[in-house]
Design a protein around this ligand. Structure first.
Ligand SMILES: NC(=O)C1=CN([C@@H]2O[C@H](COP(=O)(O)OP(=O)(O)OC[C@H]3O[C@@H](n4cnc5c(N)ncnc54)[C@H](O)[C@@H]3O)[C@@H](O)[C@H]2O)[C@@H](O)CC1
Ligand SMILES: [K+]
Length: 544
């Protein structure tokens, strides 16, 4: 797991390091600029060679040593009014020291630059010009190898909509550069205009920022990745995230609590020992005739992920339909809450999932209430959530600490309309309200773990623990958005809860493995394929 930082957390770490006397702001800025340059050449080693050379040119050669056929590499560097701009001046200088031809543009007034950025501005000005940020960037950049976006980083507080034509040009370059037809775009810390906490582009009310805002081929961040690089638009706009160490140490800062982590491969698992009952018994409730597939998908997920026993509880109308299609999974007839209560007298059934395909109506509400009374491991998904659209408070009162609810965007809006409104309101000031903020508030209100689905799945517990399961960058699996995939996720969670994982651990592990299953299968995936990937995925991750 890696910690993701908000802008405030990063600033607190930086300030503490400077206050301790270990390092100065100027040194940090120099390391940040060095980190960017290092990352550029690691990502694109060919840029270390002068144009047309290819004869073993040294990356550190200065222009006077270029061969007669060699032309220097060219960059445009766009600097902003804060320390992100300061990093940009360092990058410009270091590239120039490597023999590059560099043109620098500044958004803002030089005399207002913060002290460290001003020092680096002046160092650059000793030998070179700085032009105000203007459309000429486009002409200057068209034949360049590289465009460096150092306009705004973690300090963005309001929309950056000025110079829209320059931003959309950077946007076009990052797309065209993949075909080798334009300069590559590197963002320093964040693509400018996107909020480092929420990933939202500020000021794009109802518009698609991906048409016109800055997008990068890759983004170089410092010390730790930022939340906004994994959430919402930010997870698309960064292109890829490289984190460079600038010599800071983590410190607990009571002023800015709230650690959020990205999930890594789980070590939990271990079905190596024990009786089938010691791995728990999960019950999943099926919908009626014609609506049974969702529960079976979830049940298959629960069994594959290692629940000792899995039972589908089915109404009479769907018994035959379920019986034809279940083998290792057991089947019990359950008509209504009384029969459910009777079955749950068997205390070995330690985890219950309901919602997928269950249908809407009074009976669903009674079944949910009946299960919640039992305080057993419970996962509520789909219809079991939508059922409470009119009276979410009733659900929140009944939920307890041994539950996980797994809303997608629509279900989240039904249960938490005010949080959804805040999340989807046009972001105009930074740091903007994020999916992490919304999920944390939801978990507190619901009194249980909330797993808010999406390519940026956020999981939060009522105590504030929070993680992001990102299906972006090297874990991008767009084919996971397929019918029934959420049912399998609910099944994975309940299977792990049956095996004794805590609700938070179960939700995190299931979410991680769900994406791994999709990656393992690849395009063409349908929900039925997901549980079948579990054996390979567990073997690959060395989970016995
Ligand atoms: N925090 C750290 O530890 C380090 C930070 N560094 C760099 O410093 C950056 C943060 O610097 P800053 O806090 O100065 O923030 P930024 O450089 O992101 O810019 C913020 C400045 O611009 C103003 N501003 C915000 N939105 C604006 C808008 N839309 N239009 C006009 N002005 C606007 C703010 O009032 C502030 O003065 C990081 O992203 C990183 O690149 C690095 O130098 C190294 C270490
Ligand atoms: K930037």
């Amino acid at each position: 797991m890696t910690e993701l930082l908000t802008a405030a957390q990063m600033q607190a770490i930086e300030q503490a390091a400077i206050a301790s006397g270990e390092v100065t702001g100027l040194e940090l800025m120099e390391r940040a600029g060095q980190g960017v340059v290092e990352a550029i050449f690691e990502e694109w080693p060919e840029l270390a060679q002068p144009v047309e050379s290819g004869r073993g040119a040294s990356p550190s050669r200065s222009p006077e040593y270029l061969g007669k056929d060699d032309a220097p590499r060219r960059a445009v560097v766009l600097c902003g009014p804060g320390n992100n701009g300061g990093d940009g001046f360092v990058v410009a200088r270091l590239l120039k020291e490597r023999g590059w031809a560099v043109e620098v543009f500044l958004y803002g007034e030089p005399e207002k630059l913060p002290p460290d950025a001003k020092v680096n501005y002046e160092r650059w000005r000793e030998s070179d010009a700085v032009r105000p940020l203007c459309e000429e960037v486009i002409d200057a950049g068209e034949d360049a190898d590289l465009a460096v976006d150092a306009v705004f980083g973690t300090g963005l507080t309001r929309p950056f909509l000025d110079h829209g034509e320059v931003q959309s040009e950077l946007n076009l370059w990052q797309a065209a550069s993949r075909r080798g037809a334009a300069p590559r775009v590197v963002a320093v810390d964040m693509p400018s205009g996107a909020c480092a906490d929420s990933g939202l582009y500020l000021g794009y009310a109802g518009e698609n920022p991906f048409d016109s805002a800055v997008m990068a081929n890759f983004t170089v961040s410092f010390h730790r990745a930022k939340l906004g690089q994994f959430l919402s638009d930010g997870a698309v706009a960064c292109g890829k995230v490289v984190v460079k160490d600038i010599g800071l140490v983590d410190r607990d800062s009571p002023a800015v609590p709230g650690e959020v982590v990205t999930l890594a491969a789980p070590s939990a698992g271990g079905k190596a020992f024990g009786h089938k009952y010691s791995h728990g018994h999960a019950l999943l409730l099926s919908g009626g005739h014609g609506r049974t597939g969702a529960a079976r998908l979830a049940a298959r997920g629960a069994l594959r992920i290692g629940a000792g026993l899995v039972t589908v509880g089915s109404p009479r109308s769907a018994m035959m339909e379920n019986a034809y299609q279940l083998t290792a999974i057991m089947l019990r007839q359950i008509d209504g809450p009384n029969e459910l209560d009777q079955l749950l007298e068997d205390r070995r059934i330690n985890a219950v999932c309901l919602g997928p395909g269950l249908g809407l109506g009074a009976e669903t509400q009674m079944l949910v209430m009946s299960v919640l009374k039992q305080e057993r491991g419970t996962v509520l998904d789909a219809d079991a959530l939508t059922q409470f659209e009119q009276n979410p408070g009733v659900l929140f009162e009944a939920l307890h600490g041994n539950c996980v609810i797994t809303p997608h965007g629509g279900e989240f809006a039904r249960l938490f309309p005010d949080l959804d409104e805040k999340l989807n309101a046009p972001a105009t000031t930074g740091p903007a309200y994020s999916k992490v903020d919304a999920t944390r508030e939801a978990a507190k209100r619901a009194g249980c773990v909330v797993l808010f689905k999406g390519p940026d799945t956020v999981i939060a517990a009522p105590n504030g623990c929070c993680s992001v399961n990102s299906a972006h960058y090297q874990r991008s699996a767009p084919w996971l958005a397929t019918a029934g995939s959420g049912d399998v996720l609910a099944g994975f969670i309940i299977g792990l809860m049956a095996r004794g994982l805590s609700p938070m651990q179960a939700a995190e592990t299931a979410a991680y493995l769900h994406v791994e299953c999709a990656l393992n299968f690849g395009p063409g995936l349908i929900a039925e394929d997901l549980p079948e990937q579990i054996p390979t995925v567990l073997r690959r991750l060395d989970i016995p």
